[in-house]
Design a protein. Structure first.
Length: 217
């Protein structure tokens, strides 16, 4: 490690090295993420999106979650532990299955919404929140997300939910297209600031008054 650092200093010069190090530490210690908040009416969405594969869907068991690995499914030990906690309080994970393999998933949270990890707020009981969607890299571009969406929408309609809420990073253009293709409407934004151990979430309350039941001030 030390020899590698010395090589970098020798090739770039000490000033350039310090600037690169400062930039690296800044982005490690500070982050700012802007999320779009979307909502969809379960009686008014695009049901005509064709999925390009013969996919089946089901709700995951605890055993399914334990078998998701970090390499293929972005699931490390911390994520598994949190997910199992969420199952214990009623959250559900819908799996997309192709040839007996899990190719994607989306999580459902009912009557609550996650502003950021482990920070939840109540939302009206007729609304559900979907989060942590993921499609395996080798199956992307086949509209599998929209297939999981439609399965979830039908499931929630049968449980008398009227709306689904979700968030998408403004940087994730692919997910934005996916959500808007099926009929999600933008209703607000959340800006997440992180510095060291401090966290702050700025919510556009004016656009979200119909969702939040709690005082966000």
């Amino acid at each position: 490690m030390i020899s590698k650092t010395i090589k970098i200093i020798n090739s770039d010069g000490i000033i350039v090295f310090i600037m690169k190090l400062a930039t690296y530490l800044f982005y490690k210690l500070f982050s700012c993420e802007k999320l779009i908040v979307y909502e969809i009416d379960l009686n008014n969405y695009n049901e005509n999106i064709k999925i390009q594969m013969d996919i089946s869907y089901r709700v995951a068991t605890e055993s399914d979650i334990k078998n998701l690995n970090n390499f293929m499914y972005d699931y490390n030990k911390k994520t598994k532990r949190y997910s199992l906690e969420r199952i214990s309080v009623g959250d559900e994970c819908v799996l997309a299955i192709y040839n007996d393999d899990v190719v994607g998933y989306i999580w459902i949270m009912k009557a609550q919404m996650e502003l950021s990890a482990a920070r939840l707020i109540d939302i009206p009981k007729e609304k559900a929140y979907i989060y942590r969607g993921y499609i395996r890299e080798d199956y992307r571009g086949k509209r599998i997300f929209n297939g999981i969406d439609q399965y979830i929408f039908n499931k929630l309609k049968n449980e008398n939910y009227q709306y689904v809420v979700t968030t998408v990073s403004m940087k994730n253009l692919s997910s934005i297209r996916t959500r808007e293709r099926i009929g999600f409407k933008r209703i607000g934004t959340i800006t997440q600031f992180r510095f060291l151990c401090m966290k702050y979430d700025k919510v556009s309350k004016e656009a979200l008054n119909d969702i939040y039941k709690v005082n966000m001030s």
